[in-house]
Design a protein around this ligand. Structure first.
Ligand code: SAM
Ligand code: SF4
Ligand code: SF4
Length: 336
């Protein structure tokens, strides 16, 4: 494992690319329905990077050492013909891993096409297994049924599936054990995510975070868990396995036990802005680089110069005050 001495020497290894800022859900912690209503100004579609532009950016970033790409949003499966982008990215030799984060609603329609295009795995966001809690959290009263159908479709297509659950105190912390029980029985990895203060619309408070320690204690009482070693440098989930099984469960502790010193990730919004941190206030517009016929080397050099200036470590420095007072970009725009 590569040792990292300080916050300044982190290599750029993975990118998250948002392919749309729109979504068919309105999760309370991400796109509260009262803010993201019918009059909300989403990006005009002509502002989106084209698949060719995304391909060229990933190619240029591959030259800088990027090996992992995650497609996200908003809801990435709302972007028409997403499988065509995956097929293109799959041809880039330096990219070892392509993943997709989705709410699973459109997986019954697209899972097979995604698999045929070369996708190997999906992360499905699901915050409760109990019908009423799930309906309330997704903001659109959608039942768990289509999501479970989406998960089944992904598995039938041969995609590896992991589930992400954002835990909010008093909202869905009573779902920790039922979710663990349900997905343990199915042999599917579940990852709990601490509720984060991304953006400025989700009413985040430190007191609504259920910490990694609390989650592991709750789990351990019902299903004893054993910690596993970090699989690679910069892995964000603390991994465990249910004792006596090979079934994994994880926690992403972005608030209570932050991991900025090993963060090797950049994000690109659907309209082509590069953000060196999830909590950045400003992005760097890559579109002019892509549309002014610069050479691949010039694009790589520009991104490399930006990355080398990076000093981000928001989660290490977070307090209730920074969360309230710093302007932040919304998760659905920057790409979660
Ligand atoms: N729509 C897709 C989905 O939900 O999987 C992809 C985009 S969503 C923004 C990506 C991930 O961000 C999801 O796993 C979601 O649960 C997570 N997320 C959104 N808001 C969050 C918050 N405030 N704290 C922690 N995770 C959050
Ligand atoms: Fe949509 Fe995903 Fe945000 Fe939920 S978490 S509102 S599904 S983008
Ligand atoms: Fe990386 Fe920024 Fe998150 Fe820290 S706060 S882990 S630097 S994205």
């Amino acid at each position: 494992m590569e040792p990292i001495k300080d916050h300044l020497s982190r290599p750029l290894r993975d990118i998250r690319i948002s392919v749309t800022d729109q979504c068919n859900f309105r999760c309370s912690y991400c796109m509260p329905a009262e803010i993201f209503g019918p009059d909300f100004a989403f990006l005009p579609k002509e502002e989106y990077l084209t698949f060719d532009e995304i391909y060229e950016l990933v190619l240029a970033m591959g030259d800088l050492g990027v090996e992992k790409v995650r497609l996200t949003g908003g809801e990435p499966l709302l972007r028409k013909n997403l499988h065509e982008l995956i097929a293109k990215l799959n041809k880039i030799e330096s990219i070892k891993d392509i993943a997709l984060t989705t709410n699973a609603m459109l997986l019954p329609k697209y899972a097979m096409k995604l698999k045929e295009a070369g996708l190997k795995r999906v992360n499905v966001s699901m915050d409760a297994i109990e019908e009423e809690v799930f309906k309330k959290m997704n903001g659109r009263s959608v039942s768990t049924k289509p999501v479970l159908k989406g998960i089944a479709a992904a598995r039938e297509a041969g995609l590896e599936v992991k589930i992400n659950m954002v835990v909010q105190k008093g909202v869905n912390d009573d779902q920790i054990v039922p979710m663990a029980s349900y997905f343990k029985d199915k042999g599917i990895t579940l990852r709990f995510i601490e509720f984060m203060d991304v953006g400025s619309t989700n009413g985040w408070k430190l007191s609504s975070v259920v910490t990694k320690k609390e989650i592991v204690d709750i789990l351990d009482k019902h299903f004893p868990v054993e910690p596993l070693n970090e699989a690679y440098f910069g892995e964000v989930a603390s991994r465990y396995r249910y004792a006596g099984t090979n079934i994994e469960v994880g926690v992403i502790s972005s608030v209570s036990d932050s991991f900025c010193s090993s963060c090797t990730r950049a994000r690109i919004s659907a309209d082509g802005k590069l953000y060196t941190c999830l909590f950045a206030t400003e992005g760097y517009d890559l579109k002019p680089l892509m549309r002014n016929a610069l050479s691949m080397d010039e694009v790589s050099n520009a991104i490399s110069a930006l990355w080398n200036k990076r000093r981000d470590r928001y989660s290490d420095e977070r307090t209730e005050e920074t969360a309230k007072n710093r302007p932040k970009i919304e998760m659905s725009y920057i790409g979660g």
